[in-house]
Write a protein that binds this ligand. Structure first.
Ligand code: GLN
Length: 481
């Protein structure tokens, strides 16, 4: 039968698979057809795997054997920095163009056990550095709502794949907003879990103290299904945390706080500001109390992030030297080999951040920059802990503007970095954050139907469930009980 992908969710697809309305093979074929139609213009996928239908047939077998779970047969996109054994994973970089994974990431191993169908690897900014997927060695990903605009980044391919009905859901990674910002630009739901909740084993590292794997889907329910499948302590990643590390403190209906002063100075678009007011109103109508909160140092977050992150990037990317992995360009001497391989293998933004990171870690500047940023990170942690004494959830817009035009910010890195103003703090502090669609920006220069907007809910460490409940309520999704 013809499968209608538009209204499908993981939950409804699972019911249909169980009832036999369609098979996993039919479902995957429908996605492959859709990708065939859309991917040449959107460029959400770098590669479609050659064994999709084989995976789907395995899933169908599990339905026949009664060993299927909610995720069995569900077609997913996988960001190109997550290892899947035997498949290429390049982090959208030329330097890893021909690298093929020799093992599974913990998250892919977990999903394999559920019997998901991996459709292919999705486009991204090189090594997850960027907010627009313009830094990919494989070309930009276009926004399905307006192809002249970016899909966001760095997980732009994953978000666009879900938005164009090229996957039911997808995995991304989030170091400073890379799941949430593209999800917001593409009108879908995205979660960055608590630091340590999901294993980073088998993820190509960007900033190790900030990186988390996150889920992108059409509904809060779908994202929570995917999150619950990938989470858990892992002996291969010593930064993962035990299940009961953070007891849930929210009692009853969550109290919501808004860092009002910060929003006023955050340089947000008129459409974003108006939309945010509507969101607040609708939450109040649903019985939520909203109060203004003070996060006195939050305006330093972006600066601290753009010191700590490149420092970690410069260290993590040192291993790509032309000798151990991937791309090698030979010169006259060994030193030339290093220079040429790294010079030609990395794109502009990666080189910029390696240089910045090396600078802030160099003797003489370490104290002035890196240590100060680390100190600010600790202060932000205490500010948030204090705020969470009085409220349970912090609400902000996800981004200061809707999706911008391709090329609009490429010449101005600082303008690009300002995109991350609302998202980076959750990574610095390690708390979970969820973005959900909150409406559209409308206007003369915008496509008919407008451009998607999103709001972000941040919670205490370990309180993903609180975020799912509040956001689910906001979207009037009934997903529990
Ligand atoms: N846009 C941010 C950056 O460029 C975040 C990237 C990410 O989360 N991977 O660093």
């Amino acid at each position: 039968m013809a499968v209608n992908l538009k209204g499908l969710t993981i939950r409804t697809a699972h019911e249909a698979l169980k009832k036999g309305d369609f098979s996993a093979a039919e479902l995957s074929s429908a996605y492959l057809d859709r990708i065939e139609k859309k991917n040449s213009s959107i460029n959400a996928y770098i590669e479609i795997y050659d064994d999709v239908l084989k995976q789907a047939e395995e899933a169908d077998k599990r339905f026949r054997d009664n060993t299927a779970t909610t995720l069995t047969g569900i077609p997913l996109g996988l960001k190109d920095n997550i290892l899947l054994k035997g498949k290429r994973a390049s982090a959208a970089s030329k330097i890893l163009e021909n690298y093929s994974a020799s093992y599974d990431a913990t998250v892919t191993e977990k999903l394999k056990k559920e019997g998901v169908v991996f459709l292919g690897r999705t486009n991204m900014d090189e090594f997850a550095m960027g907010s627009s997927t313009e830094n990919s060695a494989y070309g930009v990903t276009r926004n399905p709502y307006d192809e002249a605009r970016v899909a966001g980044g760095s997980s732009g391919g994953s978000a666009a794949a879900v938005a164009m009905d090229g996957a039911l859901a997808a995995l991304g990674t989030d170091t400073g907003g890379s799941v949430r910002q593209p999800a917001s630009f593409c009108g879908v739901v995205g979660l960055k879990p608590t630091y340590g909740r999901v294993s980073r084993y088998g993820i190509i590292a960007m900033g190790s103290s900030l990186d988390q794997v996150g889920a992108i889907g059409k509904t809060v329910d779908d994202v929570s299904i995917l999150y619950n499948a990938i989470r858990g302590q892992d002996s291969f990643d010593s930064t993962t945390i035990a299940e009961n590390t953070y007891p849930v403190k929210t009692k009853g209906r969550a109290r919501i706080g808004v860092p009002r002063d910060f929003l006023k100075n955050g340089g947000i678009d008129k459409a974003v500001g108006e939309n945010f007011e509507t969101v607040e109103k609708s939450l109040i109508e649903r019985g939520y109390e909203i109060e203004d909160i003070d996060l006195p140092n939050i305006s330093y977050s972006l600066a601290a992030y753009y010191i700590i992150m490149p420092a970690e990037v410069s260290s993590n990317l040192a291993r790509y030297d032309g000798m151990k992995f991937g791309f090698l360009k030979e010169g006259e001497t060994l030193k030339d080999d290093y220079f040429l391989s790294r010079g030609f293998g990395f794109g502009r933004e990666s080189r910029r951040r390696i240089i910045l990171g090396t600078y802030v870690l160099s003797s003489g500047y370490y104290d002035a920059y890196y240590n100060k940023a680390g100190e600010m990170r600790r202060i932000l942690g205490s500010d948030f802990a204090r705020a969470f004494d009085g409220i349970d959830v912090i609400l902000t817009p996800t981004t200061p503007s809707p999706a911008f035009k391709i090329g609009e910010k490429t010449a101005d890195p600082v303008a690009m970095y300002l995109e991350d103003i609302f998202t980076v703090t959750a990574n610095l502090v390690g708390i979970p954050a969820l973005t959900v669609p909150s409406g559209s920006a409308l206007g003369n220069n915008l496509p008919e139907g407008g451009l998607p907007l999103g709001v972000q809910f941040m919670g205490r460490h370990g309180e993903e469930e609180t975020l799912f409940n509040v956001a689910g309520d906001f979207l009037k999704e009934k997903h529990y009980g």
